[in-house]
Design a protein. Structure first.
Length: 95
């Protein structure tokens, strides 16, 4: 089992390796450059915060774990945009 410090070093090393993958993954869901970049940043923040929950012995790959974090953030963002879009289009007019 890796120590917290070793896991944080692993995040630093994996930033170079997986950042491009996470960006393209987020972009494929959100279809917006700025939102995709924001979700990737949020993914790295969450990965650092929840690094202790990652456990290789459970069979999850590191790339898969990061991808799951990114996917959940993107879906939340996508659903949030849908709600805002629909709220904007529904206007109640007094007759």
């Amino acid at each position: 089992m890796l120590s917290r410090e070793d896991k944080l070093v692993r995040i630093e090393e994996s930033f170079v390796k997986y950042n491009k993958f996470l960006y393209h993954f987020a972009l494929s869901i959100l279809r917006n450059h700025e939102d995709a970049e924001e979700m990737v940043q949020d993914t790295w923040i969450r990965a650092c915060y929840y690094i202790d929950s990652y456990d290789e012995s459970k069979g999850a790959t590191y790339k898969g774990w990061l991808g799951t974090i990114c996917k959940r953030l993107c879906i939340t963002e996508f659903n949030h945009r849908k709600v805002i879009k629909y709220d904007f289009h529904f206007k109640y007019v007094d007759e």
